[in-house]
Design a protein around this ligand. Structure first.
Ligand code: ZN
Length: 90
């Protein structure tokens, strides 16, 4: 039988997948979703601890969280929200 910790972990994993699939989640004002987003951002920060972000010469904006030009050096995903939702800005 699954315990509460397992259920919380599963909810967090599903939420992470949802953020990656739907960038509009990041703009939600719903307090419950905001709480999950705070946890998601902390996880991303911990995951990227000790890594310097790659700064692109061509200006790009993350359409999920609004970060400009800071990408993970290996994955090229946004350094702040860990999604691949870049748009070139002029
Ligand atoms: Zn982002």
């Amino acid at each position: 039988m699954r315990n509460a910790t397992d259920i919380h972990r599963e909810i967090a994993e599903r939420f992470d997948a949802l953020v990656k699939a739907n960038s509009k989640i990041y703009l939600s004002k719903d307090p419950g979703i905001r709480q999950h987003l705070i946890a998601y951002k902390i996880k991303t920060r911990l995951k990227n601890k000790g890594i310097e972000p790659y700064i692109s010469f061509e200006p790009h904006k993350c359409l999920t969280c609004g970060t400009i030009n800071k990408a993970h050096p290996d994955t090229s995903f946004c350094f702040v929200c860990d999604t691949d939702n870049w748009q070139r800005i002029k």
